[in-house]
Design a protein around this ligand. Sequence first.
Ligand SMILES: [Zn+2]
Length: 112
Amino acid sequence: MVPPRIKCQTCGTIQEASGHIQRMVEAGVAVFCTNCKNGQPHEVVQTEGKKLFRVPCSWQMYGYFECYAEDWDDAIEQANEGSLPDGDYIDDSFEVDTDRIEEMKEEEKSDV
Ligand SMILES: [Zn+2]
């Protein structure tokens, strides 16, 4: 039997769920996504006859790194060494890494 799966409507992650969790989702009870820790509605997805694909992709964000600095050079240095600030998705920057997919296809062939 294929284990039931639920899809997070926030981050899109598909996770295996126990029958208990699946019944909660069907009843409209919020379950927490282990990926984004979000309690928003999840949907039960049918994966029978399908396999899980991990499509390599990238996107860009734009934001502001805030710091107290003596001058721009100091601020830039802090930004380069600091952790990533919150940001907004740059429109149309989403890209599927087709070169990597070609490599993955070759790797699949040699695995067989
Ligand atoms: Zn999620």
